[in-house]
Write a protein that binds this ligand. Structure first.
Ligand SMILES: Cc1ncc(COP(=O)(O)O)c(C=O)c1O
Length: 483
């Protein structure tokens, strides 16, 4: 990757390798109104209206900035139901980028997970993975299967120097296969860029080793490539064997090694949609009939054709290091700023966004009062910043109704790629630092309405006591009439 050095080293910052040509006006409400809006949203950042949010750092899903070439491609979309040219162009792009021959379209990542679970998971079966993702686990348990996580122990330590904290623990993987028996394992799923533990990457060496062990034991290997683009960046800069390889070569190695790859194109390829791809036609045929049943005809699988064109171009753009480096570089900048301010962060910086360690910031709030969700509401009060709880609230309750305490209580401040300017990122760091300095004011949350499935998406909560009013009053005291 070409690097741009600043003349004054102390001024070195990540440099945007693109320019902004379409903008969206933002609104920063006064703190009193932010408090009101939070109440209306049931203290769930998913339920805030975007017009009331200044920095939307909820997710990177479907909100990354598109390139001029993606937007241009959308205008030539061919929406014929059967034999669509758009579908052919997307397949060509997938073949070029992953080197895989077969493809099933789906409307987004979880739709692929639904089809994989329905096809391969039978009641009582296990799926092994470095770490679960919310929707993945929900689909597997819905089919009567269960999830076993085999990430290396360093992956669950919030801050250390490990370059690939998402790696599988290989000895544990081998032992687990021995203990359970290969026939009881539906598949092994590798999540590139572990979402729930800080967007931490997996090395190419580790992925290939896992695929090899699967082959030796006759178990399916599945790569969730939704967050692969940041992961590719980390492979290139942190892994010796990848330094001299092109990104395409790395992708082709993965395409060849894995039995199946699926992804959310809301993330990979800066577009919308999803796909399951493989070189194994037999596996694809086993899933094929579910596409017209659940998604749509095989030429679009529930995707809008314009999105498919954007995806075809976006996947090719994933091969460009100057494009895929922007997300991780901005994330690192935010993590480094907050770390320098003393705010406990997941380190080293991963992909997807900055992950704030709520467990350490508000240790006085027990898991059952959702420390990370409470901290996320504090960020909104402090700066109109919408982050996402990635802790106990994002877990499913155990079958006996008890809480499943999260391994880590995190607030994710996602950095949708190429969306925010550096001064906005600095503003975010400033407000998070203010919250950190006032952390003693923060209290817990309790349920007002708790959904049974994926409760974090639309459940409603209330603060325990009047701590949010006190925090807003302190904001006024410290910031005067500032927004
Ligand atoms: C690693 C991973 N897998 C799967 C998904 C599900 O994708 P989608 O949101 O498109 O359903 C996500 C979404 O955040 C993800 O991060």
């Amino acid at each position: 990757m070409s690097s741009v050095k600043f003349y004054l080293p102390e001024e070195q910052v990540p440099l945007e390798m693109h320019k902004v040509r379409v903008v969206q006006k933002l609104h920063l409400l006064p703190v009193e109104e932010r408090l009101e809006k939070l109440k209306e949203a049931g203290n769930n950042t998913f339920l805030l209206q975007n017009k009331d949010v200044f920095m939307d750092m909820l997710t990177d899903s479907g909100v990354n900035a598109m390139s001029d070439n993606q937007v241009a491609a959308m205008s030539i979309a061919d929406d014929s139901y059967a034999g669509s040219e758009t579908c052919n162009r997307l397949l060509d792009s997938i073949k070029e980028v992953f080197g895989t021959e077969h493809f099933l379209p789906a409307h987004q990542g979880r739709a692929c997970e639904n089809i994989l679970a329905e096809t391969f998971v039978k009641p009582g079966m296990f799926t092994l993975m470095n770490f679960h993702f919310t929707t993945t686990k929900a689909h597997i348990t819905r089919m009567g299967g269960s999830v076993i996580e085999l990430v290396r122990p360093e992956g669950l330590v919030p801050a250390n120097d490990e370059p690939f904290k998402g790696n599988f623990d290989i000895p544990r993987l081998k032992q687990t296969i021995k203990d359970l028996g290969a026939k009881n394992i539906a598949f092994v799923r590798i999540e590139a860029g572990t979402n729930l533990i800080g967007g931490q990457p997996v090395s190419l060496e580790n992925m290939l080793e896992v695929a090899k062990i699967c082959k030796e034991n006759g178990i399916l290997s599945v790569l969730d490539a939704s967050l692969l683009q940041d992961n590719l960046y980390f492979m290139k800069i942190r892994e010796e064997q990848c330094k001299e390889m092109s990104i395409k070569k790395i992708m082709h190695k993965l395409g060849k090694a894995m039995d199946l790859i699926y992804f959310s194109s809301r993330k990979l390829g800066f577009a919308r949609g999803g796909a399951i791809i493989s070189n194994n036609e037999e596996l694809i045929l086993r899933m094929k009939e579910y596409i017209p049943l659940y998604e749509g005809f095989l030429t679009y699988g529930g995707m809008e054709v314009r999105s498919m064109e954007a995806m075809a171009v976006g996947l090719r753009e994933t091969l460009d290091m100057e494009i895929i480096s922007q997300g991780p570089l901005f994330t690192k900048y935010l993590v480094d700023e907050l770390d320098a301010y003393g705010v406990p962060m997941v380190k080293p910086a991963g992909g997807l966004g900055a992950h704030v360690n709520a467990g350490e910031i508000v240790p006085h709030i027990p898991h059952g009062e959702y420390p990370a969700a409470a901290l996320a509401t504090a960020f909104y009060i402090a700066g109109g910043i919408r982050g996402m709880e990635r802790g106990t609230l994002s877990e499913q309750r155990n079958p006996d109704g008890s809480e499943q305490h999260a391994e880590m209580e995190l607030v994710r401040l996602a950095l949708p790629r190429r969306v925010f300017t550096l001064s906005q990122v600095k503003y975010c760091a400033d407000r998070v630092k203010w919250v950190y300095d006032n952390r003693h004011l923060i209290g817990g949350l309790r349920w007002e309405d708790e959904p049974k499935v994926l409760r974090f998406f639309f459940g409603r909560l209330q603060p325990i006591g009047d701590w949010q009013e006190k925090l807003a009053a302190k904001f006024r005291e410290d910031f005067g009439d500032s927004l």
